[in-house]
Design a protein around this ligand. Structure first.
Ligand code: FPP
Ligand code: MG
Length: 326
């Protein structure tokens, strides 16, 4: 059994409760709304963010049901962001299913994303108004939007620097992963050191997660990935591996790279060129090494926490984020 499956098994009851919360809190009495919403809510995925909420709460000594609500809340924010992201990226497949906009059009997809946000607000309001979750999630959602806007604005900017890109991904992906850990910590403790440790852990694995996500776009089998391969390339999207390859290749290759990132270039030619460039400069190894550094920093941050099963699971999860193939 993989370390990820073991973690899922360790908290299987919590995850079933989260699934129940997801279903119960997103149901609509209008059948088409319900069908469109459940298409994405039941769409699977790894449920990484709920796992992080539950484990972060446990490692801080919390075993109650509120973790399930917050886990469902972060997953719904994530699902809403993916529904919108797939509109922006014109992606056809997500989590092994046709994307919402491909099935029912952009209008339905945008509105289902909005609907999920409305549900998130209701779920938060039903909790305590003085809860730090409100401020954390408001800030998180804002940063995710800012990250995506900057990324969209920068698309086609070949000079984007690695540091700038890392900032974008810390917003668009890192913020929600970080919030998952911070929210879980708040459930179990008021100790600022423990909360800070889990926040740093989340920030570090968030960046590692997106770097690996960028690599998998080039290297992984689409069936495993649950989405089309080379999606970023086809869109001309500059991601971590491309930014690195561009920084180490020669001028001729740089020119060719800019040409193949133009969506009008023949796809087979583009893929063949990028694959050869990746081989020549060992791009995958470099990116995974960088991602592993982030995962290692995440694990180091956990040192001040009680060394329980939940803590061990968080350590394993950091490595899984880098070694995963989907
Ligand atoms: C996937 O990135 C997308 C994100 C991590 C964030 C998307 C955020 C928004 C659309 C802003 C709006 C936010 C909300 C909460 C509605 P990717 O395209 O690199 O990954 P992919 O390959 O999985 O599509
Ligand atoms: Mg996308």
């Amino acid at each position: 059994m993989s370390s990820f499956d073991q973690i899922v098994q360790l908290i299987a009851d919590d995850l079933s409760a989260v699934e129940a919360k997801l279903t119960e809190n997103t149901a609509s009495e209008y059948s088409f709304v319900d069908m469109a919403v459940q298409h994405v809510v039941e769409g699977g995925g790894k449920r990484l963010r709920p796992i992080l909420v539950v484990l972060s709460a446990k490692v801080c000594g919390y075993e109650g049901k509120d973790a399930h609500t917050l886990a469902a809340v972060v997953e719904l924010i994530h699902v809403a962001s993916l529904v919108h992201d797939d509109v922006l990226d014109e992606a056809a497949i997500r989590r092994g299913r046709e994307t919402l906009h491909a099935k029912w059009g952009n209008k339905v997809a945008v509105l289902v994303g909005d609907y999920l946000h409305a549900r998130v607000l209701s779920m938060l309001v039903a909790r305590r108004a003085d809860d730090p979750a409100m401020a954390i999630l408001a800030d998180t959602t804002q940063a995710m939007c800012e990250g995506e806007v900057i990324h969209a604005y920068k698309s086609g900017d070949f000079d984007i620097a690695e540091a700038e890109y890392l900032k974008i991904i810390s917003f668009k992906t890192g913020k929600l992963i970080t919030a998952s850990c911070t929210l879980g910590a708040h459930l179990g403790t008021t100790d600022p050191q423990q909360i800070e440790a889990l926040t740093i852990y989340g920030q570090q694995i968030g960046t590692a997660f997106q770097i690996v996500d960028d690599v998998l776009d080039f290297t992984e089998n689409p069936d495993k990935l649950g989405k089309n391969a080379f999606g970023d390339l086809r869109e001309g999207k500059l991601t971590f591996p491309i930014i690195y390859a561009r920084s180490v290749c020669n001028d001729d290759e740089k020119q060719m790279l800019e040409k193949v990132l133009n969506p009008n270039t023949d796809e087979t030619e583009a893929i063949a060129f990028v694959e050869s460039l990746f081989q020549r400069y060992a791009v995958e190894v470099h990116c995974l090494t960088v991602a592993q550094h982030y995962a290692d920093r995440a694990k180091t941050a956990l040192a001040i926490l009680p060394q329980t099963d939940a803590c061990l699971a968080l350590q394993q999860l950091a490595d899984y984020v880098v070694s995963r193939d989907s």
